[in-house]
Design a protein around this ligand. Structure first.
Ligand code: GDD
Ligand code: MG
Length: 343
């Protein structure tokens, strides 16, 4: 079965991380998120991918190529201008089969596809929308369902008071080709604001099915940080992520730690990084590949992106540090962990 990955958005809420990088390529434990997503979907039986790209299309194509390195086949559907979430699917139609999966590529989900596909088949659905429950649905597409799972209403980002439920669009769909043929071609179309409401109004078989597995929208810096905390705490495991060298400590190949440095688990040290004398790293520190921490640096609750050099005698806490920016974060609160299902 094929999967279409929607990866053409701008990702403005993840700035400055996404100033020079498309959101789906945001590094997660030293690997572009898209690679983790593809590895996960591959384990779920998907072996052919179509990636719908527009912004930073070249970067994505260069990084993933034809998929050979990941043991899958990847084709690209390039939009001449952003066509929106439904327009992108319509544009890619010739590359897809009669039934396929659509995934928002900026969503961290390790969702099990088999139950979703079974549900879709059993209900003879035209579209099945994977759903998840969140505390505050106002940032998502919210559904109201009938007893049998049929979607009666789909409202994109309603105010909190107007949300018909707390069940939201998880950004994973099973779709029949016939549904996509109903999307107008050649213009921008939003699946959330136009296609789903129109299909539902016409009485089409649009169903919603709660998904199981870890799910997190990494659309903001706080959530991006939350994902890393969950990985370090082993609340979730990514298929391509190596095992810890000892409990809570990941040390990549060629990483060098000065004997007078202290590692406080959980901590991730990327390939080839260097930790100088007197540094304290962790808890909850992700040190990217080739990063150099000179002497007496303290890093807690922070992500340092690959190849950054930190000049020493500094304390970095609650921050994401990139090659040309530092994004200080507010402390992560319980409210920001919403949307996380137990694996
Ligand atoms: N190819 C292409 N072209 N992709 C696009 C375009 C486009 O014009 N616009 C957006 N995308 C991609 C984005 O890269 C992202 O992966 C996905 O489509 C969803 O777009 P976002 O802009 O990230 O939407 P959102 O996060 O505000 O809301 C969506 O995701 C929620 C789940 O987190 C909606 O689908 C909500 O209903 C849903 O709940
Ligand atoms: Mg998004």
């Amino acid at each position: 079965m094929k999967a279409l990955l929607l990866a053409g958005g701008l990702g403005t809420r993840l700035r400055p991380l996404t100033l020079h990088l498309p959101k789906p390529l945001a590094p997660v434990m030293d690997r572009p998120w898209l690679e983790h997503l593809i590895e996960h979907l591959k384990l779920q039986g998907i072996d052919e991918f179509v990636i719908a790209v527009h912004h930073h299309a070249d970067r994505i194509e260069q990084k993933l190529g034809d998929g050979d390195r990941l043991g899958v086949r990847i084709a690209y559907s390039r939009e001449p201008r952003p066509l929106g979430t439904a327009g992108a699917i319509r544009h890619a139609l010739d590359l897809l089969g009669d039934r396929f999966i659509v995934v928002n590529a900026d969503i961290i989900h390790l969702v099990r596809l088999v139950p979703l596909l079974e549900f879709h088949r059993n209900h003879r659905a035209l579209v099945t929308i994977g759903l998840t429950e969140v505390e505050d649905p106002s940032h998502f597409g919210v559904v109201e369902r009938a007893w049998d799972g049929r979607v009666l209403r789909f409202v994109e980002k309603p105010s909190r008071e107007r949300a018909p439920s707390r069940l939201v669009n998880a950004g994973v769909y099973v779709m029949e080709r016939a549904a996509v043929e109903r999307i107008p071609a050649g213009r921008e179309v939003s699946i959330e604001r136009e296609t789903f409401p129109a299909l539902i109004a016409s009485g089409a078989a649009v169903f919603g099915c709660p998904v199981q597995g870890y799910w997190l929208d990494m659309g903001t810096l706080e959530r991006y940080m939350q994902l890393h905390r969950d990985l370090l705490d082993e609340r979730v495991h990514l298929p391509g992520m190596p095992r810890a060298s000892r409990p809570g400590v990941w040390i990549g190949p060629g990483a060098r730690v000065h004997p007078a440095a202290r590692l406080v688990p959980p901590v991730w040290l990327g390939e080839g990084c260097r930790i100088g004398a007197g540094c304290t790293v962790g808890p909850h520190a992700v040190i990217g590949a080739e990063v150099e921490l000179l002497s007496h640096t303290r890093v807690t609750d922070a992500i340092i992106l690959p190849r950054v050099q930190v000049s020493g005698i500094t304390t970095i806490g609650n921050a994401i540090v990139g090659p040309d920016f530092t994004a200080a974060l507010r402390p992560i609160t319980a409210a920001q962990t919403e949307g996380v299902l137990q694996p």
